[in-house]
Write a protein that binds this ligand. Structure first.
Ligand SMILES: Cc1cc2nc3c(=O)[nH]c(=O)nc-3n(C[C@H](O)[C@H](O)[C@H](O)COP(=O)(O)O)c2cc1C
Length: 193
């Protein structure tokens, strides 16, 4: 779509997906590292950056990878609702996405496929013996298991999106649109910015 955007809601939704798909393959794109929000078991909000690993428009799905021992996994096991946020400064664009997460760990086809596509250097994160987020005596304390590839700790998280909010800030007048999913269909509406 041409930029800045026109008034075509369908084109805006198309463009939002293009931004997400590009985020997967372009490490310099803002959508490569979205912020993911979960709700902790005690009800408190939790935010963190992740690398966007998959954006499948037909499946309405995003994917990121994490460690099965991470706090976000514990949170998602209790409450699978999650939200993602992307801010593209150059385009003056904010995307806010909401969905429901599914965890794909050991012995799952999605987890296995994601693991197979993971580079050796990325696998190192999952080889740490101690659980991530636990206290250590020094920054050098994490130990890496030489004979453990890390697969046991690897989880692919897919997020089935059910809403996408698009906000474009421009001096001549801001624009805000909300897209919600009903089955396979996405419906868009303009919102007061
Ligand atoms: C640029 C960047 C990329 C990151 N990518 C990931 C990722 O893909 N998966 C992940 O679990 N953590 C990633 N992290 C670390 C998380 O932000 C977070 O610190 C960690 O996962 C622990 O979060 P938790 O305790 O809420 O589970 C990344 C951090 C940064 C700064």
């Amino acid at each position: 779509m041409s930029w800045p955007p026109n008034d075509d809601l369908d084109a805006i939704l198309d463009h939002a997906w293009q931004v997400l798909v590009r985020g997967v393959r372009d490490a310099r794109s803002p959508a490569h590292t979205p912020t993911v929000a979960t709700v902790g078991p005690d009800g408190t909000p939790q935010l963190r950056t992740v690398v966007l690993r998959g954006a499948a428009r037909r499946a309405h799905q995003l994917r990121f990878h994490t460690d099965s021992r991470a706090k976000k996994v514990a949170a998602l096991r209790v409450r699978p609702a999650c939200a993602l946020h992307v801010y593209d400064r150059a385009r003056k664009l904010q995307l806010r996405l909401q969905g429901v997460a599914t965890l794909h760990g050991l012995n799952t086809s999605t987890g296995d496929a994601a693991w197979t596509a993971t580079r050796t250097q990325s696998r190192r994160c999952y080889q740490v013996v101690q659980a991530p987020g636990g206290p250590i005596d020094s920054p050098d304390a994490p130990r890496f298991e030489a004979d453990d590839e890390g697969r046991a700790h690897f989880v692919a998280v897919t997020v089935d999106l059910h809403s996408l909010e698009w906000l474009y800030l421009q001096a001549r007048g801001h624009r805000r649109a909300l897209f919600t999913r009903d089955g396979e269909e996405w419906r868009g509406t303009w919102l007061v910015p």
